[in-house]
Each structure stands twice: as C-alpha cells, then as structure tokens.
Design a protein around this ligand. Structure first.
Ligand code: PMP
Length: 455
C-alpha cells in the first residue's frame, strides 16, 4: 500500500509510492502523459552525473534541455547567495519595489553584452522572454509582422509557439502576424551542391523577397536563433547573419536574436551571435544558462534606442514572478562564478576534443549522415538505410529509434533525442575524461542503432 503521509522526510518514499503518485497525479505536457511512467526517478546529481532511484548513474549528455550548464553540483557561493536573499526577503513584486540584486544582475549582464545593449527585464522562462520581446518589438515599431524560420524553437506560449516553426502545425487557432522564412539549411541541411557563399546569397535574396512581399512597413522584427538548437544545431553559412543584419538596417526592421539555448557560453563565446563578426542585435533574449537552471529565470535586453522608448512607454507585458529576487540571486552568483572560473575559456579548450569525437561518430557509424558542432553544442543526423533523411518533424519513431533510445539509457546516458537528430550538449564544466567516457557510451548506443537499421 501507498502511505499517503507527507510527514515523512524527502527521500523516504519507495519507488512504488513515487510511481503510484506519478501514475495518478502527474501530467506531462509535450508528450502523451502516460510516457511519464517510463521516466527514471532521479534522486540526486553531482558534477555532470545524475543517479536514479535504482542507483543507476547517468552522464547528463545534453545538460537536460541544454540548460544545466554548470552541472549538478551547486557551489557554496551560489547556495549562500540564494540563502542570503531568502534571509533578506524571498520576494518583492518587481513593479512595486526595486532591490539590490536586480540592479547588480542588470549591471553584470549589460557588462557582458556588446556596447549599446542594456535595459534588462527578467521573466521566468525563455518562452516568456520571447513573448515579452515580441510585444516590445511591436510596440516600439508600431508594426505587427514577425519573421521567423521554420526550423526553430522559440517557446511554448501563444506567440513564442507561433514564432516556432516546428510545433505550430498543431495550432488550432494560431495568433496572427507571424511570417515563416526558410532557414539557409532548408532540407537535407543544404542547398544541394551550393558553396557557402551561394547558400548565403540565395537565402538572403529569398528573405529580401519575402520582406518586400510582406511590406517592410509591416515587418516589426526578424527574430531568429543565433544557432537554431532544438531544430538540430543548424550552424549558419558564412556571412548569412551579417546579411540579415544589413537587410534589417536597409528596411528599418529590428533584429531579435534568441540566445535562450546558446547564450552564456554554450558555443565557446558568451553569446552565439559573437560568431558573426560585427553583428549586434536590437533585442537579445536568453534563459537556461543564465542561472544554469538552478532557478527559473530568463532575460530580455534591448538597444539603447529601445530602452529610451520604454523609459517613456510601458512594455505591455508582465508577470508576478518576473525579476524574482531569489531567482535573480542564483543567476547573479552563477554569472560571477562563470566569469571567475573562465568557463568560456574551458569550453574553447574542450571544443576541438568534442568536435573530433563528433566527427568520429559520423565517420564510423553508417546510421549517421553528418555532424554539426560549435563549442559544446552538437548534433548528429540519422540517415535512413535508403539514403534519405526525414524532415525533422515527421521523422518516424521507428523500432530502430526506439531500440536506440533504450540502449542510450542502458549504457548510462540521459539526454534529448528528437529523431532524426541526436543532440549532444553536456554541461560546460565537463572535462576531457568525461567527454571521452560519454562518447564511448555514445558509440555503444550507435552500434545498436546501426544494427537496428540493418547496416
Ligand atoms: N528559445 C530557444 C532557442 C529555446 O531553445 C527554448 C527552449 N528549448 C526556448 C526559447 C523556450 O524556453 P523555455 O522552455 O525556458 O520557455
């Protein structure tokens, strides 16, 4: 029997008790809820590892949802920063009162952004940050249309989900004003036979054509991920983002770069857009790595000009928990620690080692067509035995991919898998030996996939 007592200390419920309550009372959101019954029950973590209630150890191979950038051990500094804020006061409503941690966090973020970007707001999730940014772009420009890529992920709330290319096909009544552009990697991840320069040129010509047909006077913003992450780490052809910036300038359109996944060091730079020389967006959103996901917090930063506008005009978006002091305390301590430990320098050091392993996965397994990597942000593309590569969203979850997913956990990895893309994005603090260990396990799981696909 299940003992419904809630007086027992955390950690004392048996697997059966936890499982029974999960079955009865818990709901999943992105997947059919019954899938919850197959998920491991995680008891604790340390460094890049997690343990489940059967004592099984997993290497966190995609930093959960590419967000536990600092791993699973919380430093004494971060713990005491959170405890200190709890002691002062857990909460003041951000529209009613200021506090020191908010001033400090805004200041440190402005100091790591390129000049001309400031004015931080702090919602609680990446989706909300994008929701706020969409509203800001519309209010600032007085225009409505937002251009996004098909292969993208911007969030699960009304507008951020419609900005997302992928799941919008599920919408029953989509909100208006979103225009979809093709990525410069539209299908099979390339324009067949085109050089980098040709891919860039063709993509930009198509984008300009779209702007003209939509009417530049109606387009508020081009909103893109600096490197599309959930869509498969779609690194961009040379010169593309500079071209988008130039189109925005030419037509009086804002450029919003979504750094929710890549911000705070994931790709070996503080910001993903720093891979594109000279590109400074008008709006930046981020989340995940901001607090290493110790607390739920996101950010929106804007250009000086937009900041001036919002000094006089309300943004028209808000939530009770935005600028939550405890969430900000963890983020502030996390950023300071990232900087003092030179986490970005470490990612740069690990990047070539990581990439060499990625390359080996692609070359030694017939089920893998190719890899992409930037810093500690990588993806492998599964290819079907008939040589075709399915579209991202309609890739069949076949017996082969199910066998792979099972093997992946059995060998001791836990991570995101969205066929045909295998994501690899370990915590940024991972060391060389742990990277090697992860890829040894990855090879074992890929052996199962090769076999299951009949190679
Ligand atoms: N933008 C990007 C680029 C993301 O990767 C995500 C989450 N995967 C989001 C926005 C949404 O963030 P959240 O899940 O925190 O709402």
């Amino acid at each position: 029997g299940i003992d419904p007592s809630h007086n027992q200390p955390m950690g004392s419920w048996s697997n059966e008790q936890i499982g029974a309550s999960v079955k009865e009372n818990v709901m999943l959101t992105w997947a059919p809820s019954k899938m919850k019954n197959n998920l491991p029950i995680i008891t604790h973590g340390e460094g890049v590892y997690l343990w489940d209630s059967n004592g099984k150890k997993y290497l966190d191979w995609t930093s959960q949802a590419v967000c536990t950038n600092g791993g699973h051990t919380v430093s004494e500094n971060i713990k005491s920063a959170v405890a200190e804020q709890l002691d002062r006061t857990p909460f003041v409503y951000g529209g009613m009162a200021m506090c020191e941690v908010r001033a400090r966090l805004s200041n440190i973020i402005s100091s790591v952004l390129p000049e001309g970007l400031t004015g931080c707001a702090f919602p609680s999730s990446g989706s909300e940050a994008n929701e706020a940014a969409i509203t800001m772009a519309r209010r600032y420009t007085g225009k409505t249309k937002i251009i996004n890529w098909y292969r993208s992920y911007h969030g699960g709330t009304t507008n951020s989900l419609e900005a997302t290319g992928d799941f919008r096909r599920w919408y029953i009544q989509p909100p208006p004003g979103f225009v979809k552009a093709h990525n410069p990697n539209p299908y099979f991840f390339e324009f067949a036979g085109a050089t980098e320069e040709e891919k860039t040129e063709m993509s930009l010509l198509m984008l300009e054509e779209q702007i003209l047909y939509e009417g530049a006077d109606h387009v508020a913003c081009i909103m893109l991920e600096s490197i599309p992450g959930a869509a498969g780490v779609l690194t961009l052809p040379e010169g593309y983002m500079q071209g988008v910036r130039a189109l925005c300038d030419k037509y009086g359109i804002l450029l919003h770069l979504d750094e929710v996944m890549v911000g705070f060091g994931r790709t070996g730079n503080m910001w993903g857009f720093q891979h594109y020389d000279g590109v400074v967006p008008d709006i930046v959103t981020s989340a995940k790595g901001l607090s290493s996901s110790i607390t739920p917090i996101s950010m929106v930063a804007v250009s000086d000009k937009m900041m001036e506008f919002f000094e006089e005009n309300p943004m028209g978006w808000g939530s009770t928990f935005q600028a939550h002091p405890v969430a900000m305390a963890a983020a502030y301590a996390n950023i300071k620690e990232m900087l003092s430990n030179d986490v970005i320098g470490h990612v740069q050091e690990m990047a070539p080692i990581f990439e060499a392993h990625m390359k080996e996965c692609a070359s030694s397994h017939p089920s893998i067509k190719q890899y992409r990597a930037a810093g500690l942000f990588g993806a492998l593309d599964i290819v079907s035995p008939d040589g075709t590569q399915p579209h991202h969203f309609n890739a069949p979850r076949t017996e082969a991919t199910a066998a792979y997913a099972k093997a992946f956990n059995e060998v001791g990895l836990i991570g995101l898998f969205r066929p045909p893309v295998i994501h690899i994005a370990p915590p940024l603090i991972i060391n060389e030996a742990e990277i090697k260990e992860g890829f040894e396990k990855q090879h074992q799981a890929l052996d199962v996939l090769d076999k299951a696909l009949g190679y």
